[in-house]
Design a protein around this ligand. Structure first.
Ligand SMILES: [Zn+2]
Length: 262
């Protein structure tokens, strides 16, 4: 059965040495699409090379909030050029107000300018928000609903915010956190999402879910998406196959400009 991993980082050095194996395992167990997000200018070319080789990988190019300190003077032109070279989305972009993250004003400025680019080009966006919900909502209200849609990846917000984000044309994506049975907050959020806006992701190589057989090297791969699908399905009291189909349909609709039938 085809699956849709809505957010991962295949160009990460922890995955690149064994990428052909990772993609083979994915295809062998049913295939589908993997949305791989860039994080800084230095990984865009590697991502381009990976996405150019297979229709399975859908690329997004962007500056992650952790890396706003690494920008070259021509980063905006560079981003525009990558977005024009291949069908792609904008991401991973966002706001991270946890303690060790870079300057908040700089993060906001870089986030807003990338969102504006996505709006102008009507491209889907992959968004990272940590402890920055008020600022994000202020920016969304100023920007208006996203023209090309988007998703909030590894959603950690409260269930009350979900209807607002849906009105701004956002999907909500859940990662390995749903596999922790003690995480009640994420369970409530899963139930608050409209069926047509629900997505699942691995965020590979990070955010390893709780696996039935622990993984020695702690490196997450897209093959673990099924464990996340199982956890979301059980919280929604649905069969896993229904959830997998639903999130595949939602993902391919959101990223339809990037997909060619597989
Ligand atoms: Zn990520």
């Amino acid at each position: 059965m085809k699956r849709f991993d809505a957010h991962c980082h295949l160009q990460d050095k922890r995955l690149t040495q064994r990428l052909s194996q990772v993609i083979q395992n994915w295809s062998r167990s049913g295939g589908g699409f993997l949305v791989s997000c860039g994080t800084q200018e230095s990984d865009w070319e590697d991502l381009m090379a990976i996405a150019g080789k297979t229709d399975t990988v859908l690329p997004c190019f962007g500056i992650h909030p952790w890396y706003v300190g690494t920008l070259s003077p021509t980063w905006q032109e560079n981003l525009g050029r990558y977005l024009g070279r291949i069908p792609s989305g904008v991401g991973e972009i966002g706001l991270d107000f946890t303690r060790t993250a870079p300057d908040r004003q700089l993060q906001e400025a870089i986030f807003v300018s990338q969102l504006a680019m996505a709006q102008a080009l009507r491209l889907p966006v992959s968004i990272h928000i940590r402890k920055a919900w008020d600022s994000f909502i202020r920016i969304l209200k100023h920007m208006g609903p996203l023209a090309g849609g988007g998703l909030i990846h590894s959603f950690s917000g409260s269930c009350d915010m979900v209807p607002l984000f849906e009105r701004y044309n956002l999907h909500i994506s859940f990662s390995g956190a749903v596999t922790n049975p003690h995480n009640k907050k994420v369970g409530k959020a899963v139930k608050a999402v409209s069926p047509g806006r629900l997505l699942i992701e691995t965020d590979s190589p990070d955010l390893l879910p709780r696996l039935p057989v622990p993984c020695k090297d702690k490196i997450n791969t897209p093959a673990n998406l099924l464990v996340i699908a199982d956890a979301v399905a059980s919280r929604l009291k649905k069969p896993t196959s229904t959830l997998v189909q639903q999130t595949f349909d939602n993902g391919t609709r959101l990223f339809n400009r990037l997909t060619t039938p597989v």
